[in-house]
Design a protein around this ligand. Structure first.
Ligand code: HEM
Length: 127
């Protein structure tokens, strides 16, 4: 059969809905909102570009911003294990909200778990 590109399977429109649903949760999350800007529109725009290429679509993130160097770009922010978990919870709820299910969701989410854990650069605080 013809190869399936994950980006084509989800489509630009649902990917956009997913990212918006995700940042709506990040904006309200007690463990996340402090490290994100108040206005998340530019963050969401970059994340849509990034996830397009992460899912095998056109390299529109790199064309505008250069190589992702995701870990380095997260260095200015304390990414604790708790925050990685919170990020993933927001994503899981966003996937629920847009009705993303099945094998596609499972594979995509599992990749995000690995990437999120890779971003961790600080220990949980003891408070
Ligand atoms: C940017 C937090 C995981 C992709 C950011 C920013 C923060 C952040 C605070 C800066 C926002 C801004 O200034 O606009 C976190 C936390 C994570 C996490 C707490 C928990 C593990 C991830 C993962 C991915 C990702 C798993 C990709 C799958 C991005 C991208 C940007 C970004 C593409 C924009 C980079 C740029 O400025 O060009 N993240 N992030 N992040 N994050 Fe994360």
């Amino acid at each position: 059969g013809k190869p399936i590109i994950p980006y084509e399977e989800i489509g630009a429109e649902r990917l956009s809905l997913l990212v918006d649903a995700f940042y709506a949760r990040v904006a309200m999350h007690p463990k996340l909102k402090a490290i994100f800007p108040d206005d998340l529109s530019e963050t969401a725009r970059k994340q849509k570009q990034f996830m397009t290429q992460y899912l095998g679509g056109p390299n529109i993130y790199s064309e505008e911003h250069g190589h992702p160097r995701l870990k380095a770009r997260h260095n200015p922010f304390p990414i604790t294990p708790e925050r990685a978990q919170a990020w993933l919870e927001c994503m899981s709820e966003a996937m629920d909200e847009i009705g993303l299910t099945g094998k596609f969701r499972e594979t995509f989410y599992n990749r995000l778990v690995m990437t999120a854990h890779h971003m961790v650069n600080a220990p949980d605080s003891e408070e």
